[in-house]
Design a protein around this ligand. Structure first.
Ligand code: BG6
Length: 487
Protein backbone atom coordinates (compact mmCIF):
# COMPACT_ATOMS: atom_id res chain seq x y z
CA UNK A 1 0.00 0.00 0.00
CA UNK A 2 1.48 3.36 -0.92
CA UNK A 3 -1.02 5.68 0.72
CA UNK A 4 -1.49 6.83 4.29
CA UNK A 5 -4.47 5.66 6.38
CA UNK A 6 -7.87 7.03 5.41
CA UNK A 7 -8.63 10.24 7.30
CA UNK A 8 -4.93 10.93 7.97
CA UNK A 9 -4.47 14.51 9.17
CA UNK A 10 -2.15 16.54 6.93
CA UNK A 11 -1.16 20.08 7.83
CA UNK A 12 1.32 22.52 9.29
CA UNK A 13 2.33 23.88 12.69
CA UNK A 14 3.43 27.20 14.17
CA UNK A 15 3.78 29.02 17.51
CA UNK A 16 2.19 32.34 18.44
CA UNK A 17 5.32 34.39 19.23
CA UNK A 18 7.02 33.13 16.05
CA UNK A 19 4.21 34.14 13.66
CA UNK A 20 1.69 36.48 15.24
CA UNK A 21 3.33 39.77 16.12
CA UNK A 22 0.81 42.37 17.34
CA UNK A 23 2.54 42.11 20.71
CA UNK A 24 0.97 45.34 21.98
CA UNK A 25 -2.39 44.99 20.25
CA UNK A 26 -5.73 43.59 21.30
CA UNK A 27 -4.96 43.89 25.00
CA UNK A 28 -2.18 41.29 24.85
CA UNK A 29 0.10 41.20 27.89
CA UNK A 30 3.86 40.80 27.67
CA UNK A 31 5.49 37.42 27.34
CA UNK A 32 8.95 36.38 28.44
CA UNK A 33 9.92 36.08 24.75
CA UNK A 34 9.06 39.72 24.07
CA UNK A 35 12.38 40.68 25.70
CA UNK A 36 14.40 38.30 23.58
CA UNK A 37 16.54 39.74 20.78
CA UNK A 38 17.34 38.29 17.40
CA UNK A 39 20.54 36.25 17.09
CA UNK A 40 22.29 33.72 14.89
CA UNK A 41 24.09 30.40 15.09
CA UNK A 42 27.27 32.21 16.15
CA UNK A 43 25.65 34.94 18.27
CA UNK A 44 22.97 33.41 20.51
CA UNK A 45 19.89 35.53 21.11
CA UNK A 46 19.49 36.92 24.62
CA UNK A 47 17.07 38.71 26.92
CA UNK A 48 17.70 42.34 27.74
CA UNK A 49 17.63 43.07 31.48
CA UNK A 50 18.68 45.75 33.90
CA UNK A 51 20.16 45.52 37.41
CA UNK A 52 19.07 48.00 40.13
CA UNK A 53 22.27 50.06 39.56
CA UNK A 54 21.40 50.44 35.86
CA UNK A 55 23.89 47.88 34.56
CA UNK A 56 22.55 45.97 31.59
CA UNK A 57 22.79 42.19 31.50
CA UNK A 58 22.07 39.81 28.62
CA UNK A 59 21.11 36.34 29.82
CA UNK A 60 20.60 33.75 27.10
CA UNK A 61 17.44 31.74 27.49
CA UNK A 62 16.33 30.02 24.39
CA UNK A 63 16.25 26.37 23.54
CA UNK A 64 19.91 25.36 23.99
CA UNK A 65 20.71 27.96 26.66
CA UNK A 66 19.32 28.75 30.09
CA UNK A 67 21.57 31.26 31.84
CA UNK A 68 20.78 32.09 35.43
CA UNK A 69 18.94 35.40 35.84
CA UNK A 70 19.81 37.34 39.06
CA UNK A 71 16.76 37.82 41.32
CA UNK A 72 16.99 41.61 41.18
CA UNK A 73 17.25 41.86 37.36
CA UNK A 74 14.25 43.41 35.57
CA UNK A 75 13.46 43.07 31.87
CA UNK A 76 13.95 46.20 29.81
CA UNK A 77 13.42 47.12 26.16
CA UNK A 78 16.47 48.69 24.51
CA UNK A 79 16.01 51.10 21.65
CA UNK A 80 18.77 49.68 19.52
CA UNK A 81 17.74 46.03 19.93
CA UNK A 82 15.43 44.09 17.61
CA UNK A 83 12.81 41.86 19.26
CA UNK A 84 11.40 39.44 16.67
CA UNK A 85 8.24 38.48 18.60
CA UNK A 86 6.88 42.03 18.39
CA UNK A 87 6.08 41.75 14.73
CA UNK A 88 7.02 38.16 13.85
CA UNK A 89 5.49 37.65 10.38
CA UNK A 90 2.34 39.51 11.36
CA UNK A 91 -0.08 36.57 11.26
CA UNK A 92 -2.14 38.75 13.61
CA UNK A 93 -3.15 40.87 10.63
CA UNK A 94 -2.62 38.28 7.87
CA UNK A 95 -4.37 35.24 9.32
CA UNK A 96 -7.15 35.20 6.71
CA UNK A 97 -4.70 35.25 3.84
CA UNK A 98 -2.40 32.72 5.51
CA UNK A 99 -5.18 30.27 6.31
CA UNK A 100 -6.56 30.59 2.76
CA UNK A 101 -3.09 29.73 1.43
CA UNK A 102 -2.87 26.71 3.73
CA UNK A 103 -6.31 25.61 2.59
CA UNK A 104 -5.05 25.89 -0.97
CA UNK A 105 -2.64 23.02 -0.22
CA UNK A 106 -5.52 20.91 1.02
CA UNK A 107 -4.57 20.98 4.73
CA UNK A 108 -7.16 19.34 6.94
CA UNK A 109 -5.42 20.37 10.17
CA UNK A 110 -3.52 23.41 11.40
CA UNK A 111 -1.56 23.35 14.62
CA UNK A 112 -1.18 26.76 16.24
CA UNK A 113 -0.54 27.92 19.77
CA UNK A 114 -2.66 30.32 21.75
CA UNK A 115 -0.73 33.11 23.37
CA UNK A 116 -1.37 32.79 27.10
CA UNK A 117 -0.93 36.54 27.69
CA UNK A 118 -3.43 37.37 24.93
CA UNK A 119 -6.08 35.58 27.00
CA UNK A 120 -4.83 36.47 30.49
CA UNK A 121 -2.46 39.42 30.02
CA UNK A 122 -0.94 39.07 33.50
CA UNK A 123 -1.75 35.40 33.82
CA UNK A 124 -3.88 35.93 36.93
CA UNK A 125 -6.77 38.29 36.13
CA UNK A 126 -10.29 37.32 37.21
CA UNK A 127 -11.70 37.67 33.69
CA UNK A 128 -10.13 36.81 30.34
CA UNK A 129 -9.32 39.42 27.73
CA UNK A 130 -12.27 39.50 25.31
CA UNK A 131 -10.23 40.83 22.39
CA UNK A 132 -7.80 37.95 22.74
CA UNK A 133 -10.63 35.43 22.74
CA UNK A 134 -12.21 37.02 19.70
CA UNK A 135 -8.92 36.91 17.75
CA UNK A 136 -8.68 33.13 18.23
CA UNK A 137 -12.42 32.71 17.60
CA UNK A 138 -11.83 34.37 14.22
CA UNK A 139 -8.85 32.11 13.50
CA UNK A 140 -10.87 29.01 14.38
CA UNK A 141 -13.86 30.16 12.30
CA UNK A 142 -11.56 30.70 9.38
CA UNK A 143 -10.10 27.20 9.74
CA UNK A 144 -13.56 25.68 9.99
CA UNK A 145 -14.64 27.54 6.88
CA UNK A 146 -12.08 25.49 4.94
CA UNK A 147 -12.75 22.24 6.77
CA UNK A 148 -9.53 22.35 8.77
CA UNK A 149 -9.27 20.78 12.21
CA UNK A 150 -7.62 23.10 14.77
CA UNK A 151 -4.86 21.43 16.80
CA UNK A 152 -4.25 23.80 19.67
CA UNK A 153 -1.04 24.08 21.68
CA UNK A 154 -2.13 25.61 24.97
CA UNK A 155 1.36 26.65 26.01
CA UNK A 156 4.26 26.77 23.57
CA UNK A 157 7.50 27.46 25.49
CA UNK A 158 6.17 30.73 26.90
CA UNK A 159 5.21 32.52 30.07
CA UNK A 160 3.22 35.70 30.80
CA UNK A 161 5.90 38.09 32.06
CA UNK A 162 4.04 38.88 35.26
CA UNK A 163 3.99 35.20 36.29
CA UNK A 164 7.72 34.95 35.68
CA UNK A 165 8.59 38.08 37.65
CA UNK A 166 6.16 37.69 40.50
CA UNK A 167 6.21 33.94 41.10
CA UNK A 168 9.35 32.68 39.35
CA UNK A 169 7.23 30.89 36.77
CA UNK A 170 6.76 27.15 36.96
CA UNK A 171 8.92 26.80 40.06
CA UNK A 172 5.78 27.95 41.88
CA UNK A 173 2.89 25.55 42.41
CA UNK A 174 0.52 28.51 42.12
CA UNK A 175 1.11 28.41 38.35
CA UNK A 176 -1.00 25.24 38.19
CA UNK A 177 -4.07 27.28 39.21
CA UNK A 178 -3.28 30.05 36.69
CA UNK A 179 -2.82 27.50 33.90
CA UNK A 180 -6.01 25.65 34.82
CA UNK A 181 -8.06 28.85 34.75
CA UNK A 182 -6.61 29.62 31.33
CA UNK A 183 -7.42 26.09 30.08
CA UNK A 184 -10.99 26.28 31.40
CA UNK A 185 -11.51 29.52 29.49
CA UNK A 186 -10.20 27.95 26.28
CA UNK A 187 -12.34 24.83 26.68
CA UNK A 188 -15.46 26.93 27.38
CA UNK A 189 -14.96 29.18 24.38
CA UNK A 190 -13.46 26.84 21.79
CA UNK A 191 -14.28 23.36 23.03
CA UNK A 192 -17.23 22.81 20.69
CA UNK A 193 -14.98 23.36 17.64
CA UNK A 194 -11.66 21.91 18.72
CA UNK A 195 -11.05 18.25 19.28
CA UNK A 196 -7.24 18.06 19.48
CA UNK A 197 -5.26 19.78 22.25
CA UNK A 198 -1.61 19.80 23.29
CA UNK A 199 -1.08 20.87 26.89
CA UNK A 200 2.59 21.89 26.42
CA UNK A 201 5.21 22.12 23.71
CA UNK A 202 8.50 20.21 24.00
CA UNK A 203 8.06 19.83 27.73
CA UNK A 204 11.19 17.68 27.89
CA UNK A 205 13.37 20.43 26.41
CA UNK A 206 12.19 23.63 28.12
CA UNK A 207 14.08 25.16 31.01
CA UNK A 208 15.02 28.56 32.40
CA UNK A 209 13.57 32.03 32.13
CA UNK A 210 12.29 32.24 28.54
CA UNK A 211 10.03 29.19 28.39
CA UNK A 212 9.45 28.40 32.09
CA UNK A 213 9.84 31.80 33.76
CA UNK A 214 12.34 30.43 36.32
CA UNK A 215 15.43 32.48 37.08
CA UNK A 216 17.42 29.38 37.92
CA UNK A 217 17.65 26.29 35.78
CA UNK A 218 19.65 23.88 37.94
CA UNK A 219 18.43 20.30 38.08
CA UNK A 220 16.18 20.72 41.10
CA UNK A 221 14.41 23.84 39.80
CA UNK A 222 14.02 22.34 36.35
CA UNK A 223 12.51 19.08 37.58
CA UNK A 224 10.34 20.80 40.17
CA UNK A 225 8.99 23.09 37.44
CA UNK A 226 8.41 20.02 35.25
CA UNK A 227 6.49 18.33 38.07
CA UNK A 228 4.20 21.33 38.34
CA UNK A 229 3.68 21.21 34.59
CA UNK A 230 2.90 17.46 34.75
CA UNK A 231 0.23 18.07 37.38
CA UNK A 232 -1.13 21.08 35.46
CA UNK A 233 -1.31 19.02 32.27
CA UNK A 234 -3.01 16.09 33.98
CA UNK A 235 -5.55 18.40 35.60
CA UNK A 236 -6.22 20.01 32.22
CA UNK A 237 -6.76 16.57 30.66
CA UNK A 238 -9.20 15.57 33.41
CA UNK A 239 -11.09 18.86 33.10
CA UNK A 240 -10.99 18.78 29.30
CA UNK A 241 -12.44 15.27 29.19
CA UNK A 242 -15.24 16.36 31.52
CA UNK A 243 -16.08 19.46 29.52
CA UNK A 244 -15.50 18.00 26.02
CA UNK A 245 -16.12 14.24 25.98
CA UNK A 246 -14.80 13.85 22.42
CA UNK A 247 -11.60 15.81 22.94
CA UNK A 248 -8.18 14.16 22.63
CA UNK A 249 -5.14 15.37 24.53
CA UNK A 250 -1.45 15.12 23.88
CA UNK A 251 1.71 16.90 25.01
CA UNK A 252 4.49 17.57 22.57
CA UNK A 253 7.98 16.10 23.08
CA UNK A 254 11.26 16.93 21.35
CA UNK A 255 12.08 13.40 20.21
CA UNK A 256 14.80 13.76 17.64
CA UNK A 257 16.74 10.47 17.64
CA UNK A 258 19.83 9.60 19.66
CA UNK A 259 22.12 6.72 18.66
CA UNK A 260 25.13 5.23 20.44
CA UNK A 261 28.28 6.43 18.67
CA UNK A 262 29.55 2.84 18.41
CA UNK A 263 28.58 -0.71 19.31
CA UNK A 264 30.89 -0.60 22.34
CA UNK A 265 28.77 -1.78 25.26
CA UNK A 266 29.62 1.36 27.24
CA UNK A 267 28.40 3.63 24.44
CA UNK A 268 25.18 1.66 23.96
CA UNK A 269 24.44 1.72 27.69
CA UNK A 270 25.25 5.42 27.90
CA UNK A 271 22.78 6.12 25.07
CA UNK A 272 20.08 4.22 26.95
CA UNK A 273 20.64 6.28 30.12
CA UNK A 274 20.74 9.55 28.23
CA UNK A 275 17.64 8.76 26.20
CA UNK A 276 15.73 8.14 29.42
CA UNK A 277 16.03 11.84 30.08
CA UNK A 278 13.39 12.16 27.34
CA UNK A 279 11.41 9.03 28.21
CA UNK A 280 10.98 10.37 31.74
CA UNK A 281 8.59 13.03 30.43
CA UNK A 282 6.61 10.72 28.16
CA UNK A 283 6.39 7.92 30.71
CA UNK A 284 5.06 10.15 33.47
CA UNK A 285 2.45 11.84 31.30
CA UNK A 286 1.34 9.03 29.00
CA UNK A 287 1.62 6.12 31.45
CA UNK A 288 0.56 8.18 34.43
CA UNK A 289 3.29 7.51 36.99
CA UNK A 290 6.90 8.31 37.81
CA UNK A 291 9.14 5.56 36.38
CA UNK A 292 11.47 3.36 38.42
CA UNK A 293 14.53 5.20 37.03
CA UNK A 294 13.34 8.70 38.12
CA UNK A 295 15.75 8.90 41.07
CA UNK A 296 18.68 8.07 38.82
CA UNK A 297 17.80 11.04 36.61
CA UNK A 298 17.47 13.37 39.58
CA UNK A 299 20.81 12.21 40.98
CA UNK A 300 22.46 12.86 37.66
CA UNK A 301 21.16 16.43 37.95
CA UNK A 302 22.47 16.91 41.48
CA UNK A 303 19.49 16.26 43.75
CA UNK A 304 17.81 13.16 45.09
CA UNK A 305 14.36 14.10 46.24
CA UNK A 306 11.21 15.67 44.83
CA UNK A 307 8.11 16.01 46.96
CA UNK A 308 5.35 14.15 45.11
CA UNK A 309 2.17 13.87 47.13
CA UNK A 310 -0.33 11.02 46.93
CA UNK A 311 -2.82 13.50 45.56
CA UNK A 312 -0.44 14.41 42.73
CA UNK A 313 0.14 10.73 41.98
CA UNK A 314 -3.60 10.22 41.70
CA UNK A 315 -3.94 13.22 39.36
CA UNK A 316 -1.14 11.95 37.11
CA UNK A 317 -2.84 8.57 36.90
CA UNK A 318 -6.22 10.04 36.00
CA UNK A 319 -4.89 12.68 33.62
CA UNK A 320 -2.98 10.47 31.20
CA UNK A 321 -2.58 11.65 27.64
CA UNK A 322 -4.69 10.18 24.83
CA UNK A 323 -1.94 10.35 22.22
CA UNK A 324 1.78 11.12 22.05
CA UNK A 325 2.86 13.96 19.82
CA UNK A 326 6.43 14.87 19.08
CA UNK A 327 8.81 16.88 16.96
CA UNK A 328 11.43 15.17 14.84
CA UNK A 329 14.14 17.16 13.06
CA UNK A 330 17.32 15.13 13.21
CA UNK A 331 19.38 12.47 14.93
CA UNK A 332 22.57 12.78 16.97
CA UNK A 333 25.04 10.40 18.53
CA UNK A 334 26.42 9.99 22.03
CA UNK A 335 29.15 8.02 23.73
CA UNK A 336 30.25 7.03 27.22
CA UNK A 337 31.54 10.09 29.07
CA UNK A 338 29.46 12.61 27.09
CA UNK A 339 27.21 14.97 29.03
CA UNK A 340 23.48 14.22 28.75
CA UNK A 341 21.94 16.50 26.19
CA UNK A 342 18.20 16.26 26.24
CA UNK A 343 18.19 17.78 22.76
CA UNK A 344 21.11 17.46 20.38
CA UNK A 345 24.42 15.66 20.80
CA UNK A 346 27.37 14.93 18.54
CA UNK A 347 27.27 14.75 14.77
CA UNK A 348 26.86 11.41 13.03
CA UNK A 349 29.57 11.14 10.35
CA UNK A 350 27.23 9.12 8.11
CA UNK A 351 24.69 11.93 7.78
CA UNK A 352 24.57 15.27 5.99
CA UNK A 353 23.70 18.32 8.04
CA UNK A 354 21.72 21.50 7.37
CA UNK A 355 23.61 24.83 7.37
CA UNK A 356 22.54 25.11 11.03
CA UNK A 357 24.25 21.80 11.80
CA UNK A 358 21.14 19.65 12.16
CA UNK A 359 21.83 16.13 10.77
CA UNK A 360 19.24 14.89 8.27
CA UNK A 361 18.02 11.36 9.01
CA UNK A 362 14.65 10.20 7.62
CA UNK A 363 15.11 6.62 8.81
CA UNK A 364 15.58 8.02 12.31
CA UNK A 365 11.96 9.15 12.15
CA UNK A 366 10.79 5.60 11.49
CA UNK A 367 12.99 4.45 14.36
CA UNK A 368 11.56 7.00 16.79
CA UNK A 369 7.98 6.22 15.78
CA UNK A 370 8.58 2.55 16.48
CA UNK A 371 10.30 3.05 19.81
CA UNK A 372 7.61 5.38 21.14
CA UNK A 373 4.77 3.21 19.92
CA UNK A 374 6.33 -0.03 21.19
CA UNK A 375 6.65 1.51 24.62
CA UNK A 376 3.49 3.57 25.02
CA UNK A 377 0.95 1.88 22.74
CA UNK A 378 -1.04 5.06 22.17
CA UNK A 379 -1.60 6.80 18.83
CA UNK A 380 1.18 9.09 17.65
CA UNK A 381 0.88 12.52 16.07
CA UNK A 382 3.97 14.00 14.39
CA UNK A 383 3.41 17.67 15.03
CA UNK A 384 6.74 19.14 13.92
CA UNK A 385 9.22 18.17 11.23
CA UNK A 386 10.80 20.27 8.52
CA UNK A 387 13.91 21.77 7.01
CA UNK A 388 15.26 25.18 8.06
CA UNK A 389 17.54 26.56 5.32
CA UNK A 390 18.31 29.71 3.35
CA UNK A 391 15.93 30.09 0.39
CA UNK A 392 16.78 32.25 -2.62
CA UNK A 393 13.63 33.94 -3.87
CA UNK A 394 13.40 35.36 -7.40
CA UNK A 395 12.10 38.88 -8.07
CA UNK A 396 8.53 37.62 -7.61
CA UNK A 397 9.26 35.93 -4.30
CA UNK A 398 9.17 32.44 -5.86
CA UNK A 399 11.56 29.79 -4.47
CA UNK A 400 12.56 26.56 -6.24
CA UNK A 401 13.05 24.55 -3.08
CA UNK A 402 13.78 21.08 -4.46
CA UNK A 403 15.92 20.35 -1.38
CA UNK A 404 12.86 20.82 0.85
CA UNK A 405 10.84 18.51 -1.39
CA UNK A 406 13.58 15.86 -1.14
CA UNK A 407 13.75 16.22 2.64
CA UNK A 408 10.00 15.88 3.05
CA UNK A 409 9.67 13.07 0.52
CA UNK A 410 12.26 10.97 2.39
CA UNK A 411 10.63 11.65 5.74
CA UNK A 412 7.16 10.86 4.38
CA UNK A 413 8.39 7.54 3.03
CA UNK A 414 9.89 6.65 6.40
CA UNK A 415 6.66 7.66 8.10
CA UNK A 416 4.58 5.64 5.67
CA UNK A 417 6.79 2.58 6.25
CA UNK A 418 6.42 2.95 10.01
CA UNK A 419 2.65 2.96 9.60
CA UNK A 420 2.16 0.42 6.81
CA UNK A 421 5.10 -1.94 7.37
CA UNK A 422 5.72 -1.71 11.10
CA UNK A 423 2.11 -1.26 12.24
CA UNK A 424 2.55 2.04 14.10
CA UNK A 425 -0.70 3.92 14.72
CA UNK A 426 -0.08 7.52 13.62
CA UNK A 427 -3.00 9.89 13.16
CA UNK A 428 -1.39 12.87 11.48
CA UNK A 429 1.51 15.06 10.47
CA UNK A 430 1.91 18.83 10.76
CA UNK A 431 4.95 20.22 9.00
CA UNK A 432 6.99 22.95 10.69
CA UNK A 433 6.10 25.42 9.40
CA UNK A 434 3.61 26.07 6.60
CA UNK A 435 4.80 29.64 6.33
CA UNK A 436 8.26 31.17 6.93
CA UNK A 437 8.52 32.38 10.52
CA UNK A 438 11.00 33.51 13.16
CA UNK A 439 13.38 30.77 14.30
CA UNK A 440 13.01 29.88 17.96
CA UNK A 441 16.65 29.07 18.62
CA UNK A 442 18.30 31.88 16.66
CA UNK A 443 15.57 34.48 16.13
CA UNK A 444 16.43 34.63 12.44
CA UNK A 445 14.08 34.82 9.46
CA UNK A 446 16.63 33.45 7.05
CA UNK A 447 16.37 29.99 8.60
CA UNK A 448 13.28 29.35 6.51
CA UNK A 449 10.98 26.37 6.86
CA UNK A 450 7.85 27.32 4.95
CA UNK A 451 5.89 26.13 1.93
CA UNK A 452 5.11 29.84 1.67
CA UNK A 453 7.81 32.48 1.36
CA UNK A 454 7.48 35.68 3.41
CA UNK A 455 9.32 38.74 2.15
CA UNK A 456 11.01 39.80 5.37
CA UNK A 457 14.60 39.81 6.61
CA UNK A 458 16.22 39.13 9.97
CA UNK A 459 15.55 42.67 11.16
CA UNK A 460 11.87 42.60 10.24
CA UNK A 461 12.26 44.61 7.02
CA UNK A 462 10.32 43.68 3.90
CA UNK A 463 6.89 43.87 2.30
CA UNK A 464 5.60 40.77 4.17
CA UNK A 465 4.26 39.54 0.83
CA UNK A 466 3.43 35.83 0.89
CA UNK A 467 4.38 33.67 -2.12
CA UNK A 468 3.95 29.89 -2.47
CA UNK A 469 7.24 28.03 -3.11
CA UNK A 470 7.66 25.03 -5.41
CA UNK A 471 7.16 22.72 -2.38
CA UNK A 472 3.69 24.25 -1.89
CA UNK A 473 2.45 22.75 -5.14
CA UNK A 474 4.25 19.48 -4.45
CA UNK A 475 2.61 19.21 -1.02
CA UNK A 476 -0.79 19.85 -2.54
CA UNK A 477 -0.37 16.70 -4.64
CA UNK A 478 0.89 14.69 -1.68
CA UNK A 479 -2.23 15.59 0.28
CA UNK A 480 -4.71 15.08 -2.55
CA UNK A 481 -3.23 11.63 -3.26
CA UNK A 482 -2.97 10.86 0.49
CA UNK A 483 0.73 10.21 0.04
CA UNK A 484 0.86 8.07 -3.09
CA UNK A 485 2.33 10.87 -5.22
CA UNK A 486 5.67 10.69 -3.34
CA UNK A 487 6.70 7.58 -5.30
C1 BG6 B 1 10.86 23.20 17.95
C2 BG6 B 1 10.00 24.28 18.50
O1 BG6 B 1 11.74 22.86 18.93
O2 BG6 B 1 11.72 23.48 16.90
C3 BG6 B 1 9.67 25.37 17.51
O3 BG6 B 1 8.81 23.74 19.02
C4 BG6 B 1 10.92 25.71 16.70
O4 BG6 B 1 9.14 26.47 18.19
C5 BG6 B 1 11.35 24.47 15.94
O5 BG6 B 1 10.75 26.78 15.84
C6 BG6 B 1 12.52 24.67 15.00
O6 BG6 B 1 13.59 25.25 15.68
P1 BG6 B 1 14.26 26.59 15.17
O7 BG6 B 1 15.21 26.95 16.22
O8 BG6 B 1 14.89 26.25 13.89
O9 BG6 B 1 13.16 27.57 15.01
Amino acid sequence: MNTFPKGFLWGGASADFQVEGGFDEGGRGLLSHDYETDGSLEEPRHHTMKMPDGTLIYPRSSFFYADEVPPEAEPVFLEDAYYPSHKAVDFYHHYKEDIALMAGMGFNVYRFSICWSRIYPNGEEEQPNKEGLSFYRNVINELKKYGMEPLITICHDEMPMNLALKYDGWSSRYLIDCYLKYCKTLFEHFGQDCKYWLTFNEINAVKGFGPCGTRKSDGHVRYLAAHHMFVASAKAVILGHEMMPDAKFGTMYAMSELYPASCKSEDVFHALLERRENWYFIDIMARGYYPSYAKQIWKHHGFDHLEISDEDKDILKRGQLDFVSFSYYRSNITQAGDPWFNVGGSINPYLETTPWGWPIDPLGLRHVMNTIYDRIQKPLFIVENGLGVIDQADENGYVEDDYRIEYLKDHFKAMRDAINEDGVDCIGYTMWAPIDLVSLSTGEMKKRYGFIYVDMNDKGEGSLKRTPKKSYYWMKEVISSNGSSID
